[in-house]
Design a protein around this ligand. Structure first.
Ligand code: HEM
Length: 319
């Protein structure tokens, strides 16, 4: 009986969310805020020029917004005296401020041009797409019309709602599959680790056994992280070869033992994921096509439309 109720709930939720997705359109703001795309593009360009870590910061922020419970900007909300927001749950504490900042800047400019019109979740989705293009990534269309959540609670971010680098590949496959993502899409999305960095605490424990690491790379990592307990901010590029460029180097690195996280290495050791690592390592165009498709899919996951949610006036506070 309990199983039947769960299945019915899942069916109901998936029909709700696919109905919501179908209400999104690429020209949603063409009349109500015709300068929407220009304003976002200007803001992200200025921010990325002055702070080149912004693209990676915003991409991870977007993943952490969408994956647990849909792309609804719930991760942008700040905690109050009464509620600890998602942003302050332990897994989100390492999200860098620049991802939040670029969205707030774009939203501030948008509120001047067209008040109470554009949702924070749409701003985040478009800002990430445009930031990726500035670092060399593929362009993809973003459907618009998302609304923002009216709830953001750390307590609702259940264990297992975001992947951990120590999780076995089977667990990661399951987490993505339960949200409708195939193994291939999971590997393509993991290619996001071709930019940005990770803090030593996320990988040092694994560098001590030889699991998959190139010995010289492992040595360099141990040296780089030797003082991380005194200075937890020490971090290392995810893609040691071309850290600031969105390309397929992440996939070329993994077979050489130059992956950083345990989960990155795992993609090469598991027979389900390895063929896609090899495919993307030799064919960047293929990686870009698959990544763009998977990002489009991620960007409509669990969105709120119609009467659900709200257009937040400030991205860091529910109206
Ligand atoms: C497959 C499972 C995944 C795991 C286990 C994982 C785990 C991690 C971890 C531990 C970090 C380092 C965080 C830090 O130390 O600050 C990180 C960074 C990052 N992740 Fe993932 N991640 C996964 C998938 C993804 C996906 C699907 C995306 C985006 C589509 C993504 C985008 C990023 C980016 C861009 C960074 C660098 C952030 C920065 O430089 O500020 N990750 N990830």
């Amino acid at each position: 009986m309990a199983k039947l109720i769960i299945i019915l709930f899942l069916l109901y939720f998936s029909s709700l969310s696919s109905a919501a997705e179908s209400q999104l359109t690429t020209d949603f703001y063409s009349k109500s805020c015709p300068r929407f795309l220009d304003i976002v593009r200007d803001t992200i360009t200025n921010k990325q020029i002055t702070t080149p870590t912004t693209a990676a910061a915003a991409l991870r922020l977007f993943f952490h917004d969408c994956f647990p419970n849909g792309c609804d900007a719930s991760v942008l909300v700040s905690s109050t005296a009464f509620t600890t927001a998602e942003r302050d749950s332990s897994i989100n504490l390492s999200l860098p401020g620049d991802g939040f900042d670029v969205v707030i800047r774009a939203k501030t400019a948008l509120e001047l041009a067209c008040p109470n019109t554009v949702s924070c979740s749409d701003v985040l989705a478009v800002a990430v797409r445009d930031l990726l293009v500035t670092v060399g990534g593929p362009y993809y269309e973003i459907s618009l019309g998302r609304r923002d959540s009216r709830v953001s609670k750390s307590s609702l971010l259940l264990a297992g709602s975001l992947p951990l680098p120590s999780s076995p590949i089977s667990k990661l496959v399951e987490q993505f599959a339960s949200r409708g993502f195939s193994v291939r899409e999971m590997v393509a999305l993991s290619g996001a680790h071709t930019i940005g960095f990770s803090h030593c605490k996320e990988f040092t424990a694994r560098v001590n056994d030889t699991a998959g690491y190139n010995p010289r790379f492992a040595d360099a990592l141990r040296k780089a992280c030797s003082n991380y307990r005194n200075d937890p901010t020490i971090s290392v590029f995810n893609d040691v070869m071309t850290p600031n460029k969105f390309d397929n180097m992440y996939f070329q690195n993994i077979p050489k033992g130059l992956g950083l996280l345990e989960s990155d290495h795992g993609l090469y050791s598991d027979p389900r994921t390895r063929p896609f690592v090899e495919l993307y390592a030799r064919d960047q165009a293929r990686f870009f096509r698959d990544f763009a498709g998977a990002m489009q899919k991620l960007s409509v996951y669990g969105v709120l439309t119609g009467p659900r949610g709200e257009i937040r006036r400030r991205c860091d506070a529910i109206n």
